[in-house]
Design a protein around this ligand. Sequence first.
Ligand code: GLY
Length: 425
Amino acid sequence: MRKHWFLSAFVLCAMGCAACSTNSDTLNVEADLSYCDTQVRRTLDELRSANGGQIDYTMSPRNILQGEHHWNLRKVDKTEWCGGFFPGVLWYDYMATGDSVILQEAENFTEPLAFLAETPAYDHDLGFLVITSFLNGYRVTGSEHYKQVLLAAADTLATLYNPKAGTILSWPRHVSDYGGHNTIMDNMINLELLFWAAQNGGDDSLRQIAINHANTTMLNHFRPDYSGYHVAVYDTLDGHFLYACTHQGLNDDSMWARGQAWAIYGYTMVYRFTHDQKYLDFAQKVTDTYLDRLPEDGIPFWDFNDPRIPTSGKELTPSETVAPRDASAACAIASALYELADYVPAGKSERYRAAADKTLLTLQGDAWRGGASCPAFLLHSTGHHPAGSEIDAAISYADYYYIEALLKSQGKMKSAVQPEVLAKQ
Ligand code: GLY
């Protein structure tokens, strides 16, 4: 009898523990947003105390490398592609908290980027710089000044368009290195600025440039399995496609995780603005090839073809893996998947939402978080592996897409990222 009681108690206890762990395996977006807010305030405090009590708003958090505990800052400049991500994090934190202190800091960090709109285009990253900062700021405030900056920036970005090639030149400084007009997958993200501008008082040609860029990229930038190349090169004079290769991936034939992220996010966004089924079909194809090869925990290795990726099927923590992960790609894709899930039929929708949820669930784990050790939301992103730069680091754009994904998971970004959808309601 006594033995029986002990056994029952043991079974009950085991069930209780299982419930506990199921509970802790549940996505808790409110808690995650609150964690982000804590880290944002910590960053602001650290920036203030490191600069004699006053934040220098021309210096933007960029990364925290392995073994470091504080943000490395970069001067806001046309050559620093990440300058908009921290202002963007602040706009999102404001959307989450409604705190006027955060709003003020978002404005403070956004304004130093304004000069970029009138500066001759250095490269396509102008889009990243102003979408993350001014476009989010405009969505929150409706500021006429922000709108004018965005319209000017769209015109500046459009100066890089080559009508013969049908795409924007991504890196003017690398034309001779590549032997032609180079276009990188990342450039898909920047089409949002052109679509938005055409809808908000800018010239109609901006929309056509964005559509042409998306169509040409669809033709030349993908392998038959819909994995993307990083770079496509076109003849500068007559625009014909020359070849495709990599810059930040493992090799010319590999699937670089963040390149695929830009493709997934990019075609989902192009569908948002065009409602053209061919982009929705394509977005699903580039997504499915990624999800089919994604590790169980929802976080890709930096490049899907890195031979150091373990094949055992054993669950590994980030520190046990030899090939570094890329949390930034995971976050950009999670953000895109919440939107894509709204556009596709039920079965597909569930798959995409579940994949995004799984990614965010994994990123709730201590192994992935800056937590007490540093003020970044997340660790374990990879910037430019072939250059040996920002490998397995905390990087500002991972945090940006993380908090964006959290907001989108709750439908809190509807008005922000889906203006056309909102306008139709
Ligand atoms: N746009 C540069 C990168 O994704 O690293």
